[in-house]
Write a protein that binds this ligand. Structure first.
Ligand SMILES: Cc1cc2nc3c(=O)[nH]c(=O)nc-3n(C[C@H](O)[C@H](O)[C@H](O)COP(=O)(O)OP(=O)(O)OC[C@H]3O[C@@H](n4cnc5c(N)ncnc54)[C@H](O)[C@@H]3O)c2cc1C
Length: 451
């Protein structure tokens, strides 16, 4: 029987993994993961931690069916050609990815190998290039994309035949064992448990998903990023006849859309997609940027979000929108700086999703928020954290302040603030900018770029 090298990348699972199923069907399998120093260095400690936990879980999963996952040190384009030769590999299987890093790496590798390579799409519901307009293009507006996407037959998640494994010579270039924690509740087991839990509340998703003090969302984004669960398995577990399920399915379509857009435009991380905004004169404001990162802007909802991000590697979607908008519109700081900061810290930091969403917030992307829509952080806070519970959780200085005053403490009189242990300019800052003035400044900068 021929030997297939199976290269795990952003698909750290066995179930619902199309490339894995195809490799196991026809060959003896040699499963490999290549540690990419560049990717590991670019991830903050939370995502790096998640990654190693997931990898550890995959090692255990492969072991449970009689195999051994080899971990080798990349860059893949340098090490794989040699590895393939040393192990008498006949062909290679992997799941493709849309990120510029992956695509460049795969192109370079292809120049250095001659064996047959079989690629699949395991990380998206529908692969890039399959959801097109009548003109044969990807829709630049989300709703038509979604309408098409949702009517395509949902691909079923694949079972896989138990593979035969290649023997494990001890001389493998195996490294980094000690980097990997021994036990883990992550991987497929962790992801599917999260999905099961979410199914108990998905009917309320539409109502609860916007409130950061409520655990009303699935927390599956990091799993989808690392591929510890497949999006098709998730889709197969939902019902399009129920409203909460439908709304959740729509979010999976946003995820596909941003990945498809990156696939056809690899400049999304670097350039505004809407050329009208190429000449915005962003402010150079290192102090403002630091205060935003540290969560000391004086706008409690913004500060709560930024503190949650640096303390946990996570931030609720609504608060991601508010904090991103604050950086871009209120501080007029280039969205690319915020995007890089988010991507490094987030446990789900993902080039397609992060850049797509940052460009949406900045108003520079496909089907983005119109440039004149500037989130008012106080109104957003009142609407989505009415009792201030989320703010209190992340800003203990404001714990005792009333629910009506917590959204804009500077509007409260000094005596009341003191009674609640808040001294503005001392233990909590005055607002870094006046919202109305900042809004005018942003509109002027955007208009100037359009003209
Ligand atoms: C400025 C900004 C940056 C973001 N950066 C990322 C990122 O780096 N990685 C990332 O996965 N998501 C990102 N998002 C999208 C969204 O915030 C997260 O996917 C979501 O908060 C994850 O929580 P959840 O899994 O509980 O989401 P749920 O509400 O349970 O949604 C289910 C899944 O749908 C997808 N999804 C939901 N909302 C979006 C969206 N707006 N765009 C694309 N897919 C979506 C995610 O895969 C998510 O796991 C960003 C949003 C903003 C506004």
């Amino acid at each position: 029987m021929t030997t297939a090298l199976f290269w795990f990348r952003k698909d750290l699972r066995l179930k619902d993994n199309p490339a894995w199923a195809a490799a196991c069907e026809a060959h003896k399998v040699l499963p490999v993961f290549v540690l990419e120093p560049e990717l590991i260095a670019s991830a903050g400690r939370y995502r790096r931690g998640r990654f190693f936990q997931n990898l550890s879980a995959l090692i255990a999963e492969v072991k449970s069916i009689g195999g051994r996952l080899r971990i080798i040190q990349g860059p893949a384009q340098d090490i794989l050609p040699q590895y393939i030769q040393e192990n008498n590999v006949d062909c290679m299987y992997f799941n493709a990815d849309t990120s510029p890093f992956s695509r460049k790496r795969d192109e370079r590798l292809a120049e250095n190998i001659t064996l047959p390579t079989h690629t699949f799409w395991g990380g998206l519901v529908h692969p890039p290039g399959t959801v097109l307009t009548q003109k044969g293009e990807i829709s630049k507006v989300f709703t038509p994309f979604y309408k098409k996407w949702v009517t395509l037959p949902a691909p079923v998640s694949l079972p896989y035949p138990l593979p035969g494994f290649v023997d494990n010579p001890e001389s493998d270039l195996e490294v980094a064992r000690d980097l990997i924690p021994r036990t883990s509740q992550e991987g497929y087991e962790g992801a599917s448990a999260r999905f099961e839990q979410f199914l108990e509340i998905v009917d309320d998703y539409q109502e609860s998903r916007n409130f950061p003090s409520v655990d009303g969302t699935s927390f599956l984004s990091s799993d989808l990023h690392f591929g510890t669960i497949g999006p098709r398995e998730i889709l197969n577990g939902l019902s399009s006849n129920r409203e909460g399920h439908r709304q959740f399915i729509r979010q999976l379509a946003w995820r596909d859309w941003y990945a498809h857009l990156l696939h056809v435009n690899q400049e999304v991380p670097h350039k505004p997609v809407n050329k009208s905004y190429e000449n915005i004169r962003w402010r150079d404001d290192p102090e403002g940027f630091e205060r935003w990162k540290e969560g000391v802007t004086g706008y409690p909802i913004v500060d709560a979000g930024m503190r949650q991000l640096s303390a946990t590697g996570w931030m609720h979607n609504r608060v991601r929108m508010i904090t991103a908008s604050f950086l871009v519109k209120n501080l007029l700081i280039d969205w690319r700086k915020g995007e890089r900061y988010f991507r490094r810290l987030l446990i789900d930091g993902d080039v397609a999703q992060n850049c797509g969403n940052w460009q949406w917030v900045a108003g520079t992307g496909f089907d983005a928020a119109p440039y004149f829509r500037v989130f008012n952080p106080v109104l957003q806070s009142k609407k989505f954290d009415p009792e201030g519970n989320y703010i209190r959780r992340w800003i203990p200085e404001l714990e005792a302040i009333s629910s009506s005053a917590i959204h804009s403490p500077w509007e409260c009189d000094e005596t009341t603030l003191r009674k609640h242990n808040v001294v503005l300019g001392d233990n909590y800052p005055f607002p870094i900018v006046d919202h109305a003035e900042a809004r005018e400044r942003a509109l002027a900068a955007y208009k100037a770029s359009r003209e």
